[in-house]
Design a protein around this ligand. Structure first.
Ligand SMILES: NC(=O)c1ccc[n+]([C@@H]2O[C@H](COP(=O)([O-])OP(=O)(O)OC[C@H]3O[C@@H](n4cnc5c(N)ncnc54)[C@H](O)[C@@H]3O)[C@@H](O)[C@H]2O)c1
Ligand SMILES: O=C(O)CC[C@@H](O)C(=O)O
Length: 389
């Protein structure tokens, strides 16, 4: 029985992937084999000895200590693209909210009613204070053309916007999905200097943290509108507050409000609703649970952020799954241990991702714990699992 801990509310459709005869799933299991998580901050989370994988039902993994996971041989999965449509739709909403003062106008109507005014009469007199420009004919900059950015860029062309997209690591899949109406910007300056609206869809990493700051805002056009449905830390709050105060930035829509940024004028806060649709919660949970199940039961890895994709058909009786450093000599040592102990290799795959590698060996006889322990003792081996068919 595998023990799975949930650190956030996970859609029941996802939990149903984990058959109750093989998986015990709850928020308070101990010494868990796997963790299902959404946005809970895991940076200080103590890893139990049994922990083998963490599945993030969502895209961003900045709430998970990836380096610590890799060193502990813990596979971290995410669910690329599973919530992209939900975020795309909210991005369209955010573009409109940044332009047409629906939020301010709506609050004003309620204030009028509260003050005893005849709303039908006052709206026509007061509405001019809420005028805002149309999107059609304006320039939109999309920073990050991944699962979400591509969809936002494509739909914006249908709203009549001229769209520039920037992504120095554009994948082949993303390039194939991108509308030919979207112009590729070769640098961020092109986006900053030309766009009336800028929307950010990159992960928060040490490279992207604070990318919207005094310097980048300085390059932007006056009255620019900025949409951030990606992560709060991508924007330097102090610099954004200054730019909102002087009017350089006309509106800032953020899905990651905090007490500081809420002080700014023309900030439109959203309570992290980007992926909050039943469809997206279900997609993410199902994908996360399927990936976790396949890893725990078969050792297969798909959509991991710290280990390579490796899917191998079963061809033996036992399977050794070895997570190790991506350094020379380790595979030879693993096969050396097996041949010394008379274990015949039926099939073997090795894949690497940056500093880490994964080797799956199917063998034709039962492997004893002592053989597995010999492999564990190899310098550079981080985790060994022994699965029996
Ligand atoms: N608000 C929400 O609820 C919500 C939901 C989903 C995702 N997100 C956030 O949005 C981010 C993007 O999601 P996604 O599904 O599109 O991810 P993705 O991995 O498909 O796309 C991210 C893209 O950013 C690009 N990129 C990385 N560094 C860059 C840089 N310095 N400049 C330009 N491009 C860069 C990558 O090449 C990739 O194409 C996630 O990392 C997450 O933080 C938020
Ligand atoms: O789980 C959520 O609601 C948000 C997920 C989102 O931030 C993501 O990165 O996919």
């Amino acid at each position: 029985m595998f023990r799975i801990k949930t650190l956030n509310k996970i859609s029941p459709a996802g939990l149903s992937v984990l058959d109750q005869t093989r998986f015990s799933v709850s928020g308070d299991v101990e010494n868990e084999d796997g963790i299902l998580v959404r946005s809970a901050d895991m940076h200080e989370y103590p890893f139990p000895d049994a922990l083998r994988c963490i599945a993030r039902a969502g895209a961003g993994t900045n709430n998970i200590p990836i380096d610590r996971c890799s060193e502990a041989g813990v596979v971290v999965f995410n669910t690329p693209g599973a919530n992209a449509n939900a975020v795309k739709e909210l991005a369209v909403c955010a573009l409109l909210l940044s332009s047409r003062n629906v939020v301010g106008g709506s609050a004003w109507v309620r204030e009028q009613a509260g003050a005893g005014a005849d709303v039908e009469k006052v709206v026509e007199k007061g509405k001019s204070q809420f005028v805002g420009p149309e999107l059609s004919g304006k320039m939109l900059g999309v920073i990050g053309l991944g699962a979400i950015g591509v969809q936002v860029a494509n739909i914006a062309t249908k709203l009549g916007m001229t769209v520039f997209g920037y992504d120095p690591f554009l994948s082949v899949d993303a390039a194939l999905s991108l509308s030919r109406l979207v112009h590729r910007a070769m640098d961020l300056e092109t986006i900053y200097k030309n766009c009336d609206y800028i929307t950010i869809h990159v992960p928060q990493t040490s490279e992207t943290r604070g990318m919207i700051n005094e310097d980048s805002i300085h390059m932007m056009k006056g009255n620019v509108r900025i949409i951030n449905l990606a992560r709060g830390g991508l924007v330097n709050d102090d610099d954004m507050l200054a730019a909102l105060e002087c009017g350089k930035v006309a509106a800032y829509v953020t899905d990651f409000p905090n007490n500081k940024i809420l002080q700014g004028k023309n900030v439109i806060p959203i309570p992290h609703l980007g992926a909050s649709t039943p469809e997206s919660e279900e997609n993410c949970a199902v994908m996360a649970a399927q990936q976790m199940r396949d890893y725990l039961e078969n050792g297969n890895i798909k959509n991991s952020v710290n280990l390579p994709t490796l899917v191998q058909e079963w061809s033996g009786i036992s399977r050794l799954c070895v997570i190790h450093r991506n350094t020379p000599g380790i595979i030879a040592q693993i096969t050396g241990v097996l041949s010394k102990d008379g274990v015949n290799v039926e099939n073997m795959t090795n894949k690497s991702k940056k500093d880490y590698a994964y080797t799956v060996v199917d063998v034709g006889s039962r492997v004893s714990d002592s053989v597995a322990n010999e492999i564990r003792a190899i310098d550079g081996v981080l985790r060994v699992r022994l699965l029996n068919h």
